[in-house]
Design a protein around this ligand. Structure first.
Ligand SMILES: C[S@@+](CC[C@H](N)C(=O)[O-])C[C@H]1O[C@@H](n2cnc3c(N)ncnc32)[C@H](O)[C@@H]1O
Length: 269
């Protein structure tokens, strides 16, 4: 039988904060417990104390635990309707009155999201050589960031890309995987960043896409993040959330909805 006492839970949270550097208190408690129990089941441990001992004795488990806590599911052009709007309206609008734009893709996982944005950006820039842009792509998890930088994806990841997009932006490797071409990689700077740090990756940003990342954050943490994003955006800059995410009551006044179904907002004030 699994013992899940409060003392053991607190000790494990402290251990995680010291070793993996993830601040458990910023995540919903139920969520943390579910993820921990899933790792405990996989390692055959039945109490939090036993699992701490297991982590001490089996250091590779630290990486598996980190993966379980951060959940890295993603895909190219996730939510096609959102990307249609980004392509037809939002990203072209960012260039009104300026020649260069800066986008932050926060919680970028293995890179499919920033590369999808880079495909849109590249196609706009290709039509007008006076335009340029930069995407900052960040994640707390350095393992997924490494994969993102490499930009190598299996064929099954390419489902939402057209044949023309694959041809223009990827090289097929001898092993059947696809490698992102350098012209897309040059548009993106990948770097580690913790969204709980209260610090933006940069300022004067024209758009922030932070999608499917805050679902597990506490309400307080989500509000703080919305304030950080608000401060980091230029006036009228865009904030794109995941379709199941929402702005809390305390911060919804900071943004104006552009499309409240696709969760696209602009900065107010
Ligand atoms: C479900 S993925 C979403 C990926 C992508 N944004 C998308 O919508 O497809 C969530 C990502 O958020 C990252 N993440 C979780 N907590 C974070 C934090 N505190 N700071 C930065 N990234 C975080 C995870 O490592 C994971 O890669």
């Amino acid at each position: 039988m699994t013992t899940t006492n409060d003392e053991g839970f607190s000790a494990l949270k402290r251990y995680i904060e010291q070793t993996i550097k993830i601040q458990c208190s910023n995540y919903k408690e139920d969520y943390i417990k579910r993820r921990l129990l899933s790792r405990m089941r996989s390692t055959g441990t039945t109490t939090y104390e036993q699992y701490i001992r297991y982590l001490h004795e089996h250091t590779p488990e630290l990486e598996l635990l980190r993966n379980a806590l951060t959940i890295n599911v993603t895909e190219f052009f996730r939510d096609t309707d959102v990307y249609d709007l980004l392509k037809k309206e939002v990203i072209p609008a960012l260039f009104h009155g300026r020649k260069t734009i800066r986008i932050w893709c926060a919680g970028c996982s293995t890179g499919e999201e920033p590369y999808s944005l880079a495909i849109i950006l590249h196609d706009i820039i290709a039509m007008d050589k006076t335009l340029s842009g930069q995407i900052f792509a960040t994640d707390i998890d350095e393992v997924v960031l490494k994969k993102a930088k490499e930009g190598i994806y299996p064929e099954k990841s390419m489902a939402k890309l057209s044949a023309a997009q694959i041809h223009r932006h990827f090289t097929k490797l001898p092993d059947g995987n696809y490698q992102v071409k350098p012209h897309l990689q040059e548009l993106i700077r990948f770097r580690p960043h913790d969204l709980m740090s209260g610090q933006p990756v940069s300022r004067f940003l024209d758009m922030i896409s932070c999608r499917n990342v805050t679902i597990y954050f506490t309400e307080k943490q989500k509000d703080e993040l919305a304030r950080t994003f608000h401060a980091a955006l230029v006036p009228d800059g865009y904030y794109v959330m995941g379709k199941t995410e929402y702005l809390g009551r305390e911060v919804e006044g900071l943004f104006t909805p552009v499309n409240s179904i696709q969760k696209i907002y602009t900065k107010k004030g």
